[in-house]
Design a binder for this molecule. Structure first.
Ligand code: ADP
Ligand code: MG
Length: 584
């Protein structure tokens, strides 16, 4: 019989292969060692690096330590204290679980482990060269574990060749420790390079501390806290106001159950939350920590665990969006910070966190103090009916200069030139007014001289029926009239110049056509449609007073920078930019 050609790999060779996946560069060694220290309950972790890690990588911790036998076992492949049964794999609460790191690292380096259980008198020292244990002895040692790795990749020249300069490799390590300081701010971390202290993060009660050390105190104080709890997950962290945005996403840190991950889903949620608040090609700084039931996260999808899979991704995404939007709204970012940084609008501080009234409420409906009652009831003929003043535009620091192509308003602001899309700006203003009307149940309605009958197709008819209460709150005095008709007695004041019957049927059509599956978003759709229909159009010529009013209303809006569809309303050309362009 011929010799079988298939052989089970020797353990040491298998480890070397595994090392190819787990140990890519010095920083990966540090990542695995620090994660082990954290899993071992350490409070203090010291990381010493020499020559970018090629000469020495050492991690010292004051965690639980290991017994002599465990220390030997820890170096076997697939030896772990963190998984007992197969089902544990589906609810992993520790950072490690594969039992691969130590044998992998030891197979491609000179490796030394010094460890002691706090309860034992003596400790253990084990030396491994390229995967072979050469020494194992009892010895004096402080409680905890110290692992030293030198000559990394000495026996895998291909890997060695791919290492970058010492500076680059060290930079990866420093960045890694920085990340650990965010995910585990209660730890004290110290990093040295060639004997010099490079990074020190004392144990902190709040994430703001390590952020202050990374970004500077002043910037950290400006960061907006995210704190959100739902039955599914908890979101904590800090996100930046617009002024602290960056040109790349490199300052966005995401963690799931304490594990640093890359996540397109999370980046997407973040960018969507900022909508068009962020100028093009600018990205918020963010440190976001997600915590959820370990069984809902699959961490076993990537060799270095840099990516995870969520089993209820859609729900996680929407909870995340809510968390972020709440944080931004509470911080008054749209009006206050964004305005301050853009220098465009005067700040209109928000009163309190948004409250869901359950009626036609958008997810980010801001709670604002009720607008002062309307003063001049009959519309001044010169003013577009939808632009009649509702509030004094106090504290507004810009004035309209001209209208461009009957579409854009050019205005002078404190910090430069504004170009306002009149239709979108007006949509925004109306949208918030309608919402406000709904919230305080004080619609601004205009009775019709003669009530109109509205006859609709069955589908639209039932849409109106379904939304009757909400439509009343918005100022439509609507009553069912016979089997297939409505009687319309009054319309919201913004609509007095429109054909009310056509308008109502258009709204009904739009709501019926909306893909929305729940009533909440259908109602939001109704508000958006109403705002869109009632708003001045591109091509409508506006007088100076109308432009003034629109700008004043916009500056008082809580989200002045986007229309209800999320598109930009305003573009600014700053004085600085102008001066630079003209070489002043
Ligand atoms: P894993 O972390 O996936 O379990 P490792 O190879 O990284 O696998 O470690 C193997 C085992 O060694 C761990 O399960 C743990 O019991 C032990 N261990 C490793 N590092 C430490 C440490 N710093 N302190 C205490 N125990 C450790
Ligand atoms: Mg590990």
């Amino acid at each position: 019989m011929p010799e079988p050609t298939i052989k089970i790999l020797e353990d040491s060779l298998a480890s070397k292969i595994a090392a190819g996946e787990v140990v890519e560069r010095p920083a990966s060694v540090i990542k695995e060692l620090v994660e082990n220290s954290i899993d071992a309950g350490a409070r203090n972790i010291v990381i010493e690096i020499e020559e970018g890690g090629q000469r020495l990588l050492r991690v010292r911790d004051d965690g639980g330590g290991m017994s002599y036998q465990d220390a030997i076992l820890a170096l076997q492949r697939h030896a772990t204290s963190k998984l007992r049964a197969a089902e544990d794999l589906f609810s992993i609460a520790t950072l490690g679980f594969r039992g691969e790191a130590l044998p992998s690292i030891a197979s491609v380096s000179h490796f030394e482990m010094l460890t002691r259980l706090a309860s034992e008198e003596t400790g253990t020292r084990i030396v491994v060269h390229g995967g072979n244990i050469t020494e194992a002895e009892e010895t004096g040692a402080p409680p905890g574990t110290t692992i030293s790795v030198s000559g990394l990749f000495f026996n895998t020249p291909a890997r060695l060749k791919f290492l970058k300069s010492q500076t680059t490799e060290f930079a990866h390590i420093a960045e890694l420790i920085n990340r650990f300081s965010f995910s585990h701010c209660h730890l004290s971390l110290l990093l040295t390079h060639n004997g010099r202290e490079v990074l020190r993060r004392p144990a902190a009660a709040s994430l703001r501390e390590p952020i202050a050390q990374a970004l500077g105190r002043e910037n950290a104080d400006k960061m907006i806290e995210v704190a959100f709890d739902s039955p599914l997950l908890r979101v904590g962290g800090f996100i930046s106001p617009v002024e602290l945005s960056r040109a790349t996403r490199s300052q966005q840190y995401f963690f799931v159950n304490g594990r640093a991950i890359r996540s397109r889903m999370m980046s997407h949620a973040l960018e969507e939350a900022y909508h068009t608040l962020m100028p093009l090609h600018r990205y918020p700084v963010a440190v976001m920590l997600l915590n959820l039931e370990p069984s809902l996260v699959d961490v076993n999808v990537h060799p270095t665990k840099a990516e995870v899979r969520f089993s209820r991704e859609g729900e996680v995404y929407s909870a995340l969006r809510r968390a972020l939007e709440q944080a931004l709204t509470n911080a008054g970012l749209d009006s206050a910070s964004a305005a301050a940084s853009a220098g465009v609008f005067s700040a209109a501080p928000l009163a309190a966190a948004p409250e869901q009234s359950g009626l036609l409420v958008a997810p980010h409906a801001p709670a604002r103090p009720a607008a002062p009652p309307q003063t001049d009831t009959p519309a001044t003929p010169a003013i577009h009916p939808a632009l009649r003043p509702t509030a004094a535009g106090a504290g507004v620091h810009f004035r309209p200069l001209a209208q461009l192509r009957s579409t854009y308003i050019l205005a002078e602001g404190d910090s430069g030139l504004l170009v306002v899309d009149q239709h979108r700006a007006h949509e925004r203003v109306l949208y918030e007014k309608f919402m406000q009307g709904l919230e305080d149940g004080s619609p601004q309605a205009q009775p019709l001289l003669t009530p109109a009958t509205v006859q609709l197709a069955p589908r639209e008819h039932s849409v109106l029926q379904e939304n009757l209460e909400a439509l009343r709150k918005l100022g439509f005095d609507l009553e069912e009239f016979g089997a297939d008709c409505f009687l319309l007695r009054a319309v919201p004041i913004a609509f007095i110049k429109k054909d009310p019957v056509r308008l109502l049927s258009e709204i009904a059509e739009d709501i019926a056509a909306a893909p929305a599956t729940n009533i909440q978003s259908r109602r939001e759709q109704a508000l958006i449609t109403m705002s869109c229909k009632a708003a001045v159009k591109a091509g409508d010529a506006l007088g100076k007073e109308e432009m003034e009013q629109l700008l004043a209303d916009l500056s008082a809006a809580s989200r002045p920078y986007t229309c209800p569809h999320g598109r930009p309303t305003v573009m600014t050309i700053s004085n600085f930019e102008l001066d630079r362009k003209f070489h002043r």
